[in-house]
Design a binder for this molecule. Structure first.
Ligand SMILES: NC(=O)c1ccc[n+]([C@@H]2O[C@H](COP(=O)([O-])OP(=O)(O)OC[C@H]3O[C@@H](n4cnc5c(N)ncnc54)[C@H](OP(=O)(O)O)[C@@H]3O)[C@@H](O)[C@H]2O)c1
Length: 353
């Protein structure tokens, strides 16, 4: 069976990446692409890399244009999808790449986003260890899925196994990320101009203000086993730094080692969490990932070390923000929800150098 697909926000970065991956998916056929200011344009004129989809024209983002498909992927600015998706049939699989349905707590939404709160959907990070099982179990059969924030899933995947196994403390987590500017979308913003970015590394959202913080804390709360739950909700100092690479995230996420824990027990926590995962790989001891290793891939690569003198576990995680960080996670989750092979249409191989 081929599933008919619509993509809302097809003129943007996340929408474009959804289309690139969907074009190679054997069970999905893209029939409708929508946009806002670019509605009426030929898709190929707005996204010239998508040669095989040259027959499509961008139409307005309305419930009418999105209805009548088996699957709708939504890649709109936050606050926009909630208004739209309420009008789509309950049986349609809707996967939102925006933030509107990620947070369970409306106070978190009010504090970090503001505006109408649209309620939480099933979270689209299948590999996330949960107190019982994996997040994948919740995605099977779901019809409303919230794909993750790219920074949030990177840091959550990096730290969740240690919290789940009780080998790191949930308090005093620190994450510093090198991120590419495509994570901020295609619309014009002065801090994202080439002149501001080329030859420079630019921190932003410093001091606990980044919108992905409550999403990370939520994931780590879900991952908590009985042992780590004793230390309460996670606290994290989170600092992203924009660097001159179009896409990619390299996150250095560190945590206090639970006293008395051996380095072998630490490594075992991550190894067992991701042993059977097609897209999340723990690298062997002494090896650490580069962003180029995951470019275009739906893969998260994690390197791990124990800094005995500092009493901290250090993880280095690389993902492609547009693939594993959004469009790939969305398609992987859709595959699971529909009962398809989870890896369909996705690759674990990056483009390097
Ligand atoms: N970029 C990433 O790495 C990434 C990662 C994870 C999640 N996400 C999420 O994915 C969503 C899209 O991000 P993006 O990076 O693709 O942004 P983007 O490149 O700026 O694209 C935004 C899309 O939304 C459309 N749009 C803009 N204003 C609209 C409005 N008022 N009503 C309806 N549609 C509107 C745009 O259409 P026109 O171009 O035709 O105006 C465009 O198709 C965001 O919620 C973002 O947080 C992005």
């Amino acid at each position: 069976m081929v599933f008919s697909v619509a993509v809302a926000g097809a003129s943007g970065y996340a929408g474009g990446e959804l289309l690139r991956l969907l074009a190679g998916h054997p069970e999905f056929e893209v029939r409708t692409v929508t946009a806002h200011s670019n509605a009426g344009q030929r898709l190929i004129d707005v996204q010239p890399s998508l040669r095989s989809l040259a027959h499509l024209t961008l139409v307005d983002t309305t419930p009418e244009n999105l209805s009548g498909h088996d699957v709708v992927f939504v890649a709109l600015p936050h606050g926009k999808s909630g208004q739209l998706t309420a009008h789509l049939p309950a049986e349609t699989l809707v996967v939102d790449c925006g933030a509107d349905h990620r947070l369970e707590n409306s106070d978190d939404w009010a504090a970090f986003y503001g505006g109408d709160y649209f309620g939480a959907w099933t979270y689209g990070v299948p590999e996330l260890p949960m107190a019982n099982g994996k997040q994948r179990d919740h995605i099977v059969g779901a019809r409303r899925i919230a794909a993750p924030g790219c920074n949030a899933s990177t840091v959550a995947l990096a730290l969740a196994p240690g919290i789940h196994a009780g080998v790191i403390e949930a308090r005093d987590l620190v994450a510093v990320l090198a991120v590419g500017p495509s994570g901020a979308g295609k619309s014009l913003k002065v801090p994202n101009l080439a002149a501001e970015i080329l030859g420079s590394a630019n921190p932003y959202a410093v001091g606990g203000t980044h919108r992905h913080i409550p999403e990370i804390v939520q994931s780590l709360r879900w991952a908590g086993s009985q042992a780590s739950a004793l230390s309460g909700d996670a606290t994290i100092s989170f600092t992203p730094v924009i660097v001159p690479m179009s896409r990619g995230i390299l996150a250095t996420s560190t945590a206090r080692l639970v006293p008395g824990t051996t380095a072998a027990a630490v490594r075992e926590a991550w190894a067992s969490a991701y042993a059977d995962e097609p897209f999340v790989h723990l690298l062997s001891e002494g090896h650490f990932p580069r962003t180029a290793d995951v470019l275009g891939a739906n893969t998260a690569l994690i390197g791990l070390a124990v800094d005995e003198a500092a009493g901290r576990v250090v993880t280095i995680t690389a993902i492609d923000n547009l693939v594993k960080g959004t469009a790939g996670a969305a398609i992987q989750s859709a595959n699971i929800a529909l009962g398809l092979t989870e890896t369909l249409g996705l690759t674990m191989n990056g483009v390097a150098p």
